[in-house]
Write a protein that binds this ligand. Sequence first.
Ligand code: NAP
Ligand code: ZN
Length: 354
Amino acid sequence: MQTKAYAAHASSSPLAPFSLDRREPGADDVAIDILYCGVCHSDLHAARGEWPGMRFPMVPGHEIVGRVTAVGDEVTAFKPGDIVGVGCMVDSCGECPSCEEGDEQYCEGEHGFIQTYNGAMKGGGENTFGGYSGSIVVKDSFVLKIRHKEADLAAVAPLLCAGITTYSPLRHWGIMPGEKVGIVGIGGLGHMGIKLAHAMGAHVVAFTTSPSKREAALALGADEVVVSRDPAEMAAHAGTFDFILNTVAASHNLDAFTALLKRDGTMTLVGVPSEPHPSPNVANLIFSRRAIAGSLIGGIRETQEMLDFCADHGIVADIEMISMQDIDAAFDRMLKSDVKYRFVIDMETLKQAA
Ligand code: NAP
Ligand code: ZN
């Protein structure tokens, strides 16, 4: 099944029209017409070759919402017409301890989990192509159910990566109502972190390098906003945070944030900058038993839990809709932190692409 797509042909070239073949749905596959795809900073890192191991041509996109067009004989959970989601994973070994515990993103199998794009298919060197395309075929156990109303579907797409990547650490570190939680970097991930932590009842403090986002962060649900480049504003919060979720996509000084944690507090990093952060000051950690941790997206069961939590709490992303043709301009604006807060591609516009 041929489908139109947009691909990066090399790390130095802009994305351009591309055509690719999707496999015929097998017994446990779901075929999906893609309606919307969010634009994650990871798409930019990957398409511009900022990470090692990138394969070209590359069709990015792992925040996919679409409509089921066909299902294999053994699929019982989905039927044609259903609205579904696909996130960052399309397969995993299914047998290792991580997979058995529902943490497929930490799959310990030979190939690790199979990424929605730039992920070799099981057993072969063949690549996977993501959501900047007209359709996709995905194993049923990696397809998510969406309960949000039809009018919200474009704004649901970013939940498939930005939503789960912030929800999972907030749950894993057991955020309780009233706890003081910092969210660093108010972009695609960070704005979801504010909404989710607020819905979990936390006292949320947004850290931004963009003073222009102050009012907007309050509107998203932050109780306080700190401009992280202002040392006096930072010092006022020293030693007070239970948890900090750091979503910044660039190398920066972590000590400024670890100093804000309480004794036994944790700062979890989810941003994956192309250059390493400066080495953290270990005394900052040792003298208050503070921790720096990391977290990768979330498992399929937890992604479904997050989607249901968002449907129950009326949570969607704040988005700016773009045409497929505008993707490189969107990447450039994302680099300048100039998006409130997630670009979403209307895949209808792909039909007009050459
Ligand atoms: P994004 O929309 O570009 O947001 C990143 C935010 O970080 C910016 O809006 C900006 O917020 C802040 N920032 C940017 N440059 C900065 C700098 N030099 N110093 C301090 N703050 C800076 O990106 P995103 O899509 O949310 O992704 C964020 C990162 O998470 C990326 O590295 C992405 O690859 C990674 N990611 C990881 C996972 C995972 O599973 N761990 C999943 C998805 C994405 P302010 O304007 O508020 O300062
Ligand atoms: Zn992502």
